[in-house]
Design a protein around this ligand. Sequence first.
Ligand code: HEC
Ligand code: CU
Length: 346
Amino acid sequence: MPASLLFADLGLIAEIASKQAAQIDELWWFLCIVSLVMTVIIFVGVPFFAVKYRKKAGVKATQIEGSNFLEIGWSVIPFIVMLVMFWWGADLFYAAVTPPKDAMEVFVTGKQWMWKVQYPNGYREIDELHVPIGQPVKLTMASEDVIHSFSIPAFRVRHDVVPGYYDTLWFTPSKAGKYHIFCTEFCGNQHARMIGWVTVMERNEYESWSGGGGGGGSLAEQGEKLFTQNGCSTCHLLDQQGRCPVLRGLYNKPVQLAGGQTVLADDAYLRESILEPNAKIVAGFEPNIMPNFKGQLSEENVIQLIAYIKSLSSSGPASQQGSQQPPIVIAPKAKATVAPAAKQME
Ligand code: HEC
Ligand SMILES: [Cu+2]
């Protein structure tokens, strides 16, 4: 659509650099056009009828009776238009909150006033995010302090990052380049400086970029170190259940709690189990044995520990499971979905 190009040139709307950006813009244009049509009908209709049926000297007013045709028309047509909006919006919303299974995971921690990024291979960056083109990317986001909001306008994604929770968003970058990251929740006096860049790279470029990994080993290996340093390993033995639950194979499995409920051992559950052990007690174990690690472990440390616990999920030799976590996974099946979606906008 030429209008969108014009707006992009003027800087009024951001570039389209993700698969969902094009789809979200289509809905946005639909809403704009419906609003425009309604506005024109109303703003032309009101003066037109006001003039047409105004009081005229010597003309006696006549009563105009209702019209079924009109009544049904202006009820049913807007109803259908609204349903289209609802269905279309719900469809995009559902897609936006459902990351694909093959998404590459990246961890983002917001902190006054920066974004700290951790990759599965252990590489870390601040205010920079590098992603390969055509690959769904899932961000798991935490905050060290206040509510932030992570936004990449060119991808049409934004999500609040609330302290005490993991928030997620996902996108499939569709166009190589450098795009702005913003914090879109006022978070203190340097809020306006909480900006960064996401760089979308071609796949081969990305592979050589990410190949090095971090000096400190993979995220899981960093977690393994913390697991020893913080004494977790003294209680949580790898293969022998004592006073404390065995963590191998825990990730993404249901956990029976002392209260009788069952919860899924996802990232959020593991985070809570580490920072507030007494919030949920595993069935068969005692409360108040595991120390409270709140304030002692940063959100980044917790992400590393969780990566380690995840790496224990795979079967294999008893020790050194951590180092078996593959580096950044680029799913071979994912297709580069660049052109078609973006093209529809023209
Ligand atoms: C003093 C012993 C002790 C230490 C040290 C300890 N834990 Fe625990 N942990 C426990 C006990 C006991 C439970 C079970 C009771 C509960 O649910 O809080 C538990 C539960 C857990 C759970 C939930 C397990 C499940 O099966 O659902 C996780 C995850 C966990 N600990 C991780 C850690 C991590 C990571 C550390 C180090 C930062 C750590 N623990 C340090 C004793 C300990
Ligand atoms: Cu912020």
